[in-house]
Structures are given as structure tokens and as C-alpha cells.
Design a protein around this ligand. Structure first.
Ligand SMILES: CC(C)(COP(=O)(O)OP(=O)(O)OC[C@H]1O[C@@H](n2cnc3c(N)ncnc32)[C@H](O)[C@@H]1O)[C@@H](O)C(=O)NCCC(=O)NCCS
Ligand SMILES: Nc1ncnc2c1ncn2[C@@H]1O[C@H](COP(=O)(O)OP(=O)(O)OP(=O)(O)O)[C@@H](O)[C@H]1O
Length: 199
């Protein structure tokens, strides 16, 4: 039987750090951000829908989605963000359902659904349990600034466009504290794998 673990946490909380570790222990990963990119790739139905709402200004010269430009618009405007999510969400769900079915067919033991919007987007319905990576908001902003080169305002806008860390932690089954050294974080994840008999 395939055990499906939802992995969530705010932007730059450390989900990829945790999912890379789980992968080393044999888990198969579905990366929500990658799926979200796939459904709006060049010439896709998703991209056509985005252009019909936001206009051709949000395409690059080569016809791809101008992610930076659209990000700066939607993370500053809740209504626009909702419009974008209304387009992408059904497409992402459909693709994730296909990927889950594939994992079940090959009898994958542990499947991880890595998704920053797991609860907002109701992806937890696919999961046997949900692990949430937790960091204090200020540390999240700091790590986001240093990883992606955003200034403080841009980083805060992105953090604040999501559910709060408190709300997300309250909904999760397993909490992983990523405020200290990475090794400390991974020890907690390994402990979970052992408890669940997955190593
Ligand atoms: C707005 C877009 C074009 C910006 O692209 P960009 O390359 O700058 O960011 P990227 O896609 O790598 O996302 C970075 C992070 O932003 C956060 N984020 C993305 N979409 C959203 C959203 N709709 N609401 C809140 N936070 C979001 C997530 O934490 C994500 O990890 C892009 O994020 C997008 O298309 N978002 C809508 C699709 C979606 O809901 N994705 C979430 C993953 S399931
Ligand atoms: N414990 C830690 N100590 C210091 N830096 C860390 C720690 N954990 C993660 N980081 C760094 O913080 C940044 C965010 O981590 P990571 O990319 O794993 O987050 P994420 O949740 O996957 O991000 P996103 O939501 O954007 O996909 C990265 O630059 C990573 O190297």
C-alpha cells in the first residue's frame, strides 16, 4: 500500500530541504510548484486562460509565462491572486491525481505531496497524514530574501499572501521545527520515518 504524506509549510520554510531527505530514503515526491509550472507551460490550456484574464503583457517574448511580472502583480493583490488560483487549481488537482495513480500502480511505499498551499487548496484530502515544516515568520522572510534576492517588502508580501504559520501548524499532524541547524531538522524527520516503519 502507498502511504501518502502531505508536506507543507510557508514559502521558504524548508519543504524542499525535507523532501530531498525523504527522497534519499526512497520516497517518491510530487512537487506542487513543479506541477503548477507544468500546467501553465508554453501553449498549454492553463497559459491560454491566464492570457485571457491578465493579457499578453504577462508573456515573455518567447511566449512563456512571465512569472516574475505576474508574481509581482498577484502577490500585491489578493483578488488577482484568487483569479490566478481559480485557473491553476483545477489543472493542478487533475495532474496530481494522475501522479498519485501512477505511484499506486508501481506500489510506491511512501509518496510525498510537497505543496505550500496544501490546506488552502484542499490537497490534504489525498493524504494519510500531513507534516508541516515550521519556522518563525521573521526567519522565513530572512531566508526568502537571501535565497531569492527579494527585498523585505517583496518577501513579506509573499509570506502574507499565504495562511499563517500558526493556522497551518494547527491543521497538521506532524510538526517539524526548522528554526535550527538543518541536521536538527532532519533528525526529527528520520524519527518520524522510524516511527512509521518506513525505513
Ligand atoms: C504567481 C507565479 C506565476 C509566480 O511565479 P514564481 O516563479 O515567482 O514563483 P513559484 O511558482 O516558484 O512559487 C514560489 C512560492 O510562491 C508561493 N505561491 C505560489 N502561488 C501561490 C498562491 N496562489 N498563493 C500563495 N502563495 C503562492 C508558494 O509558496 C511557492 O512555493 C506562480 O507562483 C503561480 O503561477 N502561482 C499560482 C499557482 C499555484 O497556486 N501554485 C502553488 C503551488 S500548488
Ligand atoms: N535549518 C536551516 N538553516 C538555515 N537555512 C536553511 C535551513 N533550512 C532551509 N534553509 C534555507 O532556506 C531556504 C528555503 O529552504 P527550502 O528551499 O528548502 O524551502 P521551501 O519551503 O522548499 O521553499 P519554497 O516554498 O519556496 O519552495 C533555502 O535557501 C535553504 O537552503
Amino acid at each position: 500500500m502507498t502511504y501518502i504524506l502531505g508536506l507543507t509549510g510557508g514559502i521558504a520554510s524548508g519543504k524542499s530541504t525535507v523532501s530531498h531527505f525523504l527522497k534519499k530514503y526512497g520516497a517518491r515526491i510530487i512537487d506542487g510548484d513543479l506541477v503548477a509550472r507544468e500546467v501553465v507551460q508554453k501553449k498549454s490550456v492553463g497559459l491560454k486562460q491566464i492570457v485571457s484574464i491578465f493579457g499578453e503583457d504577462y508573456l515573455t517574448n518567447s511566449g512563456e509565462l512571465n512569472r516574475k511580472k505576474l508574481g509581482n502583480l498577484v502577490f500585491n493583490n489578493k483578488e488577482m491572486l484568487n483569479q490566478l488560483t481559480d485557473i491553476t487549481s483545477p489543472l493542478i488537482h487533475k495532474r496530481i491525481e494522475e501522479l498519485i495513480d501512477e505511484a499506486k500502480v508501481i506500489k510506491c511505499r511512501l509518496l510525498v505531496l510537497d505543496n505550500p498551499l496544501l490546506f488552502e487548496g484542499n490537497y490534504e484530502k489525498y493524504c494519510d497524514s500531513v507534516m508541516c515544516v515550521c519556522v518563525p515568520q521573521e526567519l522565513q522572510v530572512k531566508r526568502l530574501m537571501s535565497r531569492d534576492g527579494y527585498d523585505k517588502t517583496q518577501a513579506r508580501q509573499r509570506v502574507l499572501s499565504q495562511m499563517s504559520n500558526e493556522e497551518r501548524c494547527a491543521l497538521a499532524d506532524v510538526l517539524i521545527d526548522n528554526s535550527k541547524q538543518v541536521e536538527e531538522t532532519l533528525k526529527q524527520v528520520l524519527k518520524w520515518l522510524v516511527t512509521m516503519n518506513l525505513v
